[in-house]
Design a binder for this molecule. Structure first.
Ligand code: G3P
Ligand code: CA
Length: 308
């Protein structure tokens, strides 16, 4: 099953499948990523966590509680089933389950994924799927990994996995994202040392103080800091902005300022359980000049880009 895409499908703005087609299938599964690609997503987004034995797996949370059946297989633990406390082999025994109260079910009408087992994928498996599906669909599908921990080992593992798969340049359809400016500064330095220039994206919120000069609010472990757009541009290629930050709605003026600073602007998280609202939001922010949208409904986001 492959969505019929117009031949003129634009490469820009981009549609980033947020945790896969996570509005339709359980997040961070190979099935959700494959569906997203078949729907025409330009990039697939895995959040990354490190296992006890130093392997990168695609998971949003730092515990296995919300999205797997760990509680039914592993002995009870105080503080939850932390990913870092389990080996990859142990995590591979688990089944991914739709989160309680979540909207994603275990099937999508008319779609049979190549990998029907709902297991926690490794980063390598996500990349392999993108490569396989690129070959099948004739479109190069990008990857958009997020370093979920500010951990030098995670930085090194991300870079080494990308290198092993031939990613090295800005043109290689890869973005590395993080909420930590420290992580991105470190990745920038490591890339300079190894001679690569893959794109880096800082996650945060758009703030425009009374002086009218936009800044990026970065949510760190010790509080929120404000960085100027030129400062962000010194170590990153783009910003991934929360669109519904209560303190400061994202504006076209801010996007214009970010572009002037040389930064791409991507947005998250659009309506997660209301398809009509999500479609309207994609359209609204694309019209404001956003360069990419993280989408739980890639088919709707692709349609929005096509109509744009
Ligand atoms: O990476 C952009 C967006 O995904 C950040 O939010 O919590 O879904 O990783 P989260
Ligand atoms: Ca993410």
């Amino acid at each position: 099953w492959v969505a019929a895409l117009p031949a003129a499908h634009a490469a820009d703005p981009i549609v980033i499948a947020h945790r896969g087609a996570s509005g339709y299938l359980p997040e961070h599964t190979l099935a959700a990523y494959e569906l997203a690609i078949r729907m025409g997503a330009d990039y697939i987004e895995p959040d990354l966590q490190l296992t006890k034995d130093g392997q990168l797996v695609a998971l949003h949370d730092d515990t296995l509680n919300r999205t797997t059946n760990a509680a039914s297989l592993f002995a009870p633990r105080n503080g939850g089933y932390k990913v870092a406390d389990f080996t990859l082999a142990e995590i591979k025994t688990l089944t991914v389950v739709p989160p309680a109260g979540g909207t994603a079910q275990n099937s999508y009408p008319g779609f049979t994924p190549a990998n029907t087992r709902l297991e926690v994928p490794t980063f390598q498996e996500v990349i392999a799927l993108a490569r396989q599906q690129s070959a099948l669909t004739g479109r190069t599908v990008g990857i958009y990994p997020e370093a979920k921990q500010a951990d030098p080992l995670m930085e090194d593992r991300i870079l080494s996995t990308l290198a092993a798969n031939g990613y090295s340049r800005a043109a290689d359809k890869v973005y590395i994202q993080s909420f930590s400016d420290g992580t991105l500064r470190s990745l920038d330095a490591k890339q300079q040392a190894q001679g690569t220039d893959m794109k880096l994206v800082l996650l945060g919120a758009a703030i425009t103080p009374a002086d009218g000069v936009g800044r990026v609010a970065v949510f760190g472990a010790t509080g929120t800091t404000l960085l100027s757009l030129s400062e962000v541009a010194s170590f990153a290629d783009g910003i991934g902005l929360v669109i519904n930050y209560a303190a400061a709605p994202l504006s076209k003026a801010f996007i214009d300022q970010a572009h002037a600073a040389g930064l791409e602007v991507h947005g998250w998280t659009f309506a997660q359980s209301d398809k009509a609202l999500a479609a309207a939001e994609y359209q609204r922010y694309l019209e404001m000049g956003m360069d990419g949208v993280f989408s739980n409904y890639p088919d709707l986001a692709v349609a929005g880009v096509q109509a744009f």
